[in-house]
Design a protein. Sequence first.
Length: 255
Amino acid sequence: MAYLWCDRLIFVLLCGLIFVLPATTAGVEIFAGLAIFVLLVKKALGLVSACRASRGFVLSGFALPRSAAVVSIPVGVFVLVCFLSVFLSVAPDLSINAFIGKTLKTALLFFAVQECMTTRQRMTWFLRAALVSAFILCLDAMWQFYAGQDIFKHHVLTEGRVNASFNHPNSLGAYLIVIIPIAVVSVFSWAEKRRDLAGERFARIFMGMAIAALFIAVMGLTFSRGAWLGLACAAIVFLLFDKRTWFAAVMTAVA
């Protein structure tokens, strides 16, 4: 039972992490640290349970499915190489701090995501948390464009470019490169749901299109050419792999 609760808690913490990602670095560190801690607790519980069942020390609590091992093994090799490079560094104290605080933490966070994002329902809720967070962020950016200052961090509008809670407009544009394709995919996903009534489906599509338009408008207000280039590349990928999105992909690439 505790093992399952740890799994659910990791999922909740990751949703919290993606929600606060645009707003606070401290919040990201807190949620990431707690998710990693709960992951280690979960693995320890799995190891203890396996040892009790076999009456000996086994590593089945750390076993990975074959599909997960395809990605996990290269990540593990990368972490090992980074660890070995610490001993060759001219500043070992700085290198070990960077290894623990960045490389190892990022790898463990990757394993936490891999560990709990195992169902379509969880992935859907995770993406919903990201979209809600991005929607609030874009409203903040629109307010910054209108009032000259954002709500959360009181960043002043500079040269007519919005950055909301990010430190630079290019950072906001880079964030929206990831979010806008998710919003577009959500619109097409809602359009294909046959179980919904026609009116409900239309409302979902209209809401999704309005949110995607808001995201694109905010990206335009960043005046970040690199962000538009990245979004155009994403649109081309959509066009190549999903023919249903050809219109949106072409319009985005042209823009």
